[in-house]
Design a protein around this ligand. Structure first.
Ligand SMILES: C[C@H](N)C(=O)N[C@@H](Cc1c[nH]cn1)C(=O)O
Length: 469
């Protein structure tokens, strides 16, 4: 079956990725919502043409910060096979992307898939369009050879992952006893390898994303005319966010974190990870931690805070002498076991208000949590992982790394909690794919070998004894 992944079939894969990357399906930009709807329709059409039973599920509307509402992109569900004697796997993925503009520093147009030396550059190429397509191609490969699928395959493909999977929890809950009732296992390929070695992922961090808005004068002011007379919102904002160490000072957060066990420490110790090539890859000379175990632990299983941007701040080129009247900081705290997003929301809000109160500023502070996604952890002893190791061995002739992911797949925990089914994360993205960054790419190698991995994995899963959940 792998031989069919040559010639025309590879052309079909490349063509599909090019077509998908060309759609600017940025879920964070409301102006791009028509493109996002088109992306969901394109995905549904691809699965329909393959003979799947496809639905575009309406998941309602999203409320915007200004109070207006906007239709959420529909969720695509598809079913290939309903044989009760076979296992049923459900592949989850997303086809929305992070924002990207050529002027951000991309070497090529982010929405025109460009092949340079075997790397396919384009926004969403690795996160998550090529992996979703690779699963689709795996089904297509069986079909192309008129081979029966070894398991029933379902798809759930959404368009809001990058902004927290709005509406998807409710859809999963609503369809728990219908679409999900016969699903045995859930597979997610929305993450990457740690090195050149293939990997299986057994944990993701969650994320709590906050807006902290400081509002002062009724409009922007001339800094020469008003500077020195008003208490500036930006100064307040930097004052409440600023801690030069980059560590989380908020009481209660670090205390909630599950301690690192000896077994985990040993696992991290055994992972091959080169600190120098990591530094080279991101272009820095120094990291927060100088030994491998500390670095991996802080990447995967300790909370971290990142400040992403300040809306309302002057950020264009040039030198405008303005005092912005209202500024909104956007920051997030990655979640790990045993943190609870509802608790974190209270801890962060209380902390910022108490620090702000000490400033005795006349400006107004408003703190909102816009995403509250929980972390996820799997049992690596589950037969799904044994099947994964066998498939990696088959295709790559090596054993996979067992790794965690510092990023978040907001819906993973809901899948596990609501359906009660086991999940495996099987990445095919490269360690240097530049997710969310300039020049995101997917290598041809990972795309095509990744498709082969999925073909092999369907076969391995079919051999799991029917009793394992
Ligand atoms: C891991 C996945 N490819 C990803 O990048 N997910 C996003 C999801 C998210 C979390 N908060 C907001 N979006 C991420 O981890 O940033």
């Amino acid at each position: 079956i792998y031989n069919c992944m040559e010639g025309d079939f590879i052309y079909v894969c490349m063509y599909a990725l090019r077509e998908w990357v060309a759609i600017e399906s940025d879920s964070s930009n409301v102006l791009k919502r028509p493109d996002l709807h088109r992306m969901m329709e394109t995905t549904a059409q691809k699965l329909r043409l393959m003979g799947g039973t496809v639905e575009l599920v309406d998941i309602g509307e999203q409320e915007l910060p200004n109070g207006q509402t906007l239709a959420l992109p529909k969720v695509v569900t598809a079913t290939f096979g309903t044989d009760p004697n076979k296992h049923t796997v459900c592949v989850y993925g997303h086809v929305d992307v992070q924002p990207a503009k050529l002027e951000d520093g991309w070497a090529t147009d982010p929405y025109n898939l460009t092949d340079i030396n075997g790397n396919l550059y384009g926004r969403g190429a690795s996160d998550n369009k090529a992996p979703v397509l690779a699963w689709i191609h795996a089904v297509e490969a069986y079909q192309a050879l008129s081979m029966e699928l070894p398991v029933n395959v379902k798809f759930v493909i959404e368009g809001m992952e990058e902004t927290g999977s709005n509406g998807l929890d409710a859809m999963i809950l609503a369809q728990r006893d219908t679409f999900f009732s016969d699903v045995d296992y859930i597979i997610i390929s929305d993450c990457g390898w740690l090195s050149r070695r293939p990997a299986l992922t057994y944990g993701t961090r969650g994320n709590c994303y906050f807006f902290a808005e400081v509002e002062g004068p009724k409009q922007d002011l001339h800094s020469g005319v008003y500077g020195g007379t008003v208490i500036e919102p930006m100064t307040d904002l930097i004052g409440i966010l600023g801690d030069p160490s980059g560590k989380i000072l908020i009481p209660g957060i670090r205390e909630a974190v599950a301690p690192l066990s000896d077994e985990e420490w040993k696992m991290y110790q055994d992972i091959q990870f080169d600190m120098d090539s990591y530094k080279n890859k991101i272009g820095v000379t120094q990291l927060m931690y100088s030994n491998k175990v500390d670095l991996l632990a802080h990447m995967w299983r300790y909370p971290t805070v990142s400040v992403h941007g300040i809306e309302g701040a002057f950020s264009d080129s040039g030198s405008k002498t303005v005092i912005p009247a209202k500024v909104t900081a956007k920051f997030s705290i990655r979640q790990v076991p045993n943190m609870d997003p509802a608790m974190v929301k209270k801890q962060v809000t209380d902390y910022l208000h108490s620090v702000f109160a000490k400033r005795k500023s006349p400006n107004k502070l408003k703190v909102t949590m816009v995403i509250g996604a929980k972390p996820w952890l799997a049992d690596t002893q589950h037969p799904l992982y044994e099947a994964g190791k066998a498939a990696v061995k088959r295709v790559f002739d090596m054993d996979p790394d067992l790794i965690r992911e510092g990023g978040t797949i907001p819906i993973a925990r809901t899948f596990q909690d609501v359906t009660g089914k086991s999940i495996i994360m099987m990445p095919i993205g490269g360690f240097d794919d530049g997710l969310h960054s300039q020049n995101e790419k997917m290598s041809r190698y990972n795309y095509i070998e990744g498709t082969k991995l999925f073909i092999a994995y369907l076969n391995e899963v079919s051999q799991i004894k029917k009793t394992s959940v």
